[in-house]
Design a protein around this ligand. Structure first.
Ligand SMILES: Cc1ncc(COP(=O)(O)O)c(C=O)c1O
Length: 442
């Protein structure tokens, strides 16, 4: 910690409303980043803060990568904006083509959006449009899971007042029923995929029996539930979900907003776990966090079905955003994908993972820790709650910041997502701060 005077008091105002933040407390004890470089942030007092969660699962290559910044600048100086309705630009096609190269085979129809939440909304709409196009329009129900996080948009469909924008997705609010989550007491402190719990996938069978397969559009699953605190799927669980989706002709949407781009070793977790989704949502590390961009990767047969259902010169999918496939975002994504390839980033992450997991699980025994979970370069440390649940996690992430480590907390769970292109020295520094701070807690 440095004793430098923070200048934040001079620039804070009441105008900026921070998301997912206790705004009052933030103003009393602000945490401002002013610079970033490689594995570190710098705060407004000039302190270096190690980035232990890749920004927010975004900055897999580390911060301030020249090639990405240059590509964005060059693009803005060439073509700063183009709409994607009735118009496009070459980089949009190139980005889709490059992404298709690392996605599972057939999932190569890319719909670009600007955030993970938009990707999820868009994926739900693709599913509804597909079911309608193949004359299964009673399939409007979605299956999700307890403790899932799929972003914050609640489906602009219900709010839309334009017939065309609603017709294809009739049913307005998506109706959702939930599987149980996969955390089990007996799996505490298990590294990697837990041994037991695959039977939890049979909840899907029960929901089919309750609601009727003919009413279910899709099942939406995070391969590893990230934001809730890193719930790794039990062995055999995802396989069983896939099997049941096949049996009942239900689409499987894998939300890889966190897991995508090497976090689990392969480009996508569906490849790591060898499960074939029908749709993948991806975001965050697509541009290394430099530009808001996300995408929905759709299986060809779904795309073909939707497109072929429309008449000649008719719009096939009444959906899209002003900033879909923004030129600067495409330039950032292309430069990022190039770096991933040139620097073997996913392989580096895979190589670093055992060292990360060794360090993570060595924290077991610190009294306030009640569970540790981890896979690839994702880790969750669950803490014993104090009298007010969530308070310990919140206070600890603030304390860690003061001691030079940026982590995310959800409730009383700390979440780690190291930079993929980091090295063992980075992991050592991360755990040295973490171990010390956690050991001090009573
Ligand atoms: C699995 C998952 N889906 C969707 C989202 C929403 O993404 P965004 O915050 O970009 O809207 C998140 C965000 O963390 C996520 O973890």
């Amino acid at each position: 910690m440095s004793n430098n005077q923070k200048y934040s008091s001079h620039i804070l105002n009441d105008n900026f409303w921070l998301p997912f933040t206790p705004n009052g407390d933030f103003r009393l004890d602000p945490k401002l980043f002013t610079q970033a470089d490689k594995f570190y942030y710098q705060d407004d007092a000039g302190n270096r803060i190690l980035d232990g969660v890749s920004g927010l699962f975004t900055s897999a290559l580390g911060h301030r990568r020249q090639a990405i910044s240059d590509a964005i600048y060059q693009q803005l100086m060439t073509l700063d904006y183009t709409p994607s309705f009735y118009r496009s630009h070459p980089l949009a096609f190139e980005t889709a083509k490059e992404l298709a190269k690392i996605l599972p085979p057939q999932l190569d129809r890319l719909f670009f959006v600007n955030s993970g939440s938009e990707a999820i909304d868009s994926a739900l709409k693709v599913a509804l449009a597909y079911q309608r196009a193949r004359k299964q329009s009673s399939r409007t129900l979605f299956i999700s899971r307890e403790r899932a996080y799929h972003g914050v948009n609640f489906g602009g469909v219900a709010l839309s007042g334009l017939t065309n924008n609603r017709r294809q997705f009739a049913g307005s609010w998506p109706q959702v029923v939930h599987l149980r989550h996969t955390w089990l007491e007996e799996n505490r402190f298990q590294r990697g995929q837990p041994q037991s719990g695959d039977y939890l996938a049979d909840d899907l069978q029960r929901l089919v029996e309750l609601h009727g397969a003919e009413n279910i559009a899709a099942c939406v699953i995070e391969p590893i539930a990230g934001s809730t605190g890193v719930l790794v799927p039990p062995k055999g669980y995802l396989e069983r979900i896939r099997l049941l989706c096949d049996r009942y002709d239900i689409l499987l949407i894998m939300d890889e907003v966190i897991c995508g781009f090497g976090r689990t070793g392969k480009a996508f977790a569906s490849q790591t776990f060898a499960i074939r989704p029908d749709i993948i949502t991806l975001a965050k590390a697509l541009t290394n966090g430099t530009q808001p961009m996300a995408a929905v990767a759709v299986d060809r047969r779904i795309y073909d079905c939707i497109v072929n259902a429309a008449g000649e010169q008719e719009i096939e999918f009444f959906h899209g955003y002003t900033w879909s496939a923004h030129p600067a975002a495409c330039a950032a994504a292309l430069a990022t994908l190039r770096l991933y390839q040139e620097e073997n980033t996913f392989a580096n992450g895979e190589k670093l993972s055992p060292y990360f997991l060794d360090n993570l699980f060595e924290l077991q025994g610190i009294p306030i820790i009640s569970d540790i979970r981890g896979f690839g370069l994702l880790g969750g440390i669950e803490l014993q709650p104090t009298e007010k649940p969530g308070q310990r996690g919140y206070q600890l992430q603030k304390k860690l910041f003061e001691r030079g480590l940026h982590l995310k907390s959800t409730g009383d769970t700390l979440i780690l997502a190291p930079i993929l292109s980091a090295d063992p020295a980075y992991i050592d520094e991360l755990f040295s701060i973490l171990r010390q701070v956690l050991s001090e807690e009573k």
